[in-house]
Design a protein around this ligand. Structure first.
Ligand SMILES: [Cu+2]
Length: 331
């Protein structure tokens, strides 16, 4: 009897408590004032500089062309906002200068630029340390969300960390576009062609013979640029640290017409792909511009993608010294 009373009290207490909470919850739902509207926020995406803004000034340098960015503008108060810039595919340890440059009449600027060469520190001027992947920086500004996203006129610029900063040469800009505005779609084509180690895929007699590790592989990327030319990029995976790889396009040729009866020209095609890539123990890359169009390279041009062995003297007659060998820009 006594035992039952002891048990009953806590149960009753719990029931009352639960009932109270239930009531309180209902009160909250029915009496809460209309919520204030959530802070405005918009995100604007930016592609790599392939000439979308200035067709003759697509990025030309040694940075890989897979960097993309976004700007997010978030309202803080009616007169302040936060600007957050995010960079993707950064290089670890490199410092990226990311700026807002005010638009300007090119007839009035010292070097005819359509923007002020000094970045606008009151809008957005930050240095972002690359981390090998995605990294962000933010700046709180004394401008309203509407001021930034509809009144302010300027350019968003990501400068190349791998060369001296210039504010006149737009081909050094990894990314350029109107600041905090939706960017026009461009639909420039690009394709990446993978190459496995040369085990005789092109011809059994050409299989590599030498000391290089067979874990090496490559990726050849052809990027269409806005002015009709192309950027040719090469990534070598599992490269040997400190070794120099000669990476070439060799035009296909009739072996009856070549000096040593090779089915290709022994002189590499410098206008398409003739570069040296220094191995780093991991993925190393290089790139060059070509005046050939994306369509010409990927469907008309006939040649071979060759990576010469860095561990033996270059020969252009013995394909067993080629660590990578395949048709150029074909699957
Ligand atoms: Cu070659």
């Amino acid at each position: 009897m006594k035992f039952t009373r002891h048990l009953a009290l806590p149960v009753l207490a719990f029931a009352l408590l639960a009932g109270t909470q239930s009531c309180k919850k209902d009160d909250v739902e029915t009496t809460e004032p209309t919520p204030t509207p959530p802070a405005m926020s918009s995100t604007y995406d930016y592609e790599f500089n392939n000439g979308q803004v200035v067709p003759t000034a697509a990025y030309d340098g040694s940075h890989m062309d897979n960097v993309t960015a976004s700007i997010t503008v978030t309202e803080l108060t009616s007169s302040t906002a936060r600007i957050t810039v995010t960079l993707n595919n950064t290089i670890a340890g490199e410092t990226y200068h990311t700026h807002a440059h005010d638009a300007a009449d090119p007839n009035t600027t010292p070097n005819g630029t359509p923007y002020n060469e000094s970045p606008n520190t009151a809008v957005y001027t930050q240095m972002i340390m690359g981390n090998g992947g995605t990294v962000s920086a933010s700046q709180d500004v004394s401008m309203s969300y509407a001021d930034i996203t509809s009144s302010y006129e300027g350019f968003f610029v990501v400068h190349d960390p791998l060369q001296p900063i210039t504010t006149t040469d737009i081909s050094t800009y990894l990314i350029v576009g109107s600041f905090a505005r939706t960017q026009a779609a461009t639909n420039l084509s690009s394709m990446t062609f993978p190459y496995a180690f040369n085990t005789g895929q092109v011809a059994a007699a050409y299989a590599y013979s030498g000391m290089h590790d067979s874990s090496l592989s490559g990726d050849l990327k052809i990027q269409e640029l806005a002015d009709g030319t192309s950027r040719v990029s090469v990534m070598l995976n599992n490269s040997m640290d400190g070794e120099m790889y000669h990476v070439h396009a060799h035009d296909a040729a009739d072996p009856n017409t070549t000096p040593n009866n090779t089915p290709y020209n022994e002189t590499p095609n410098a206008g398409l792909c003739t570069m040296m890539v220094t191995g780093n123990g991991g993925t190393a890359g290089g790139s060059q511009m070509s005046s050939m169009s994306y369509a010409d390279i990927t469907s008309v041009y006939e040649g071979f993608f060759v990576v010469h062995d860095p561990l033996q003297p270059i020969t252009t007659t013995d394909p067993t010294t080629y660590v990578l060998l395949g048709l150029f820009a074909r699957n």
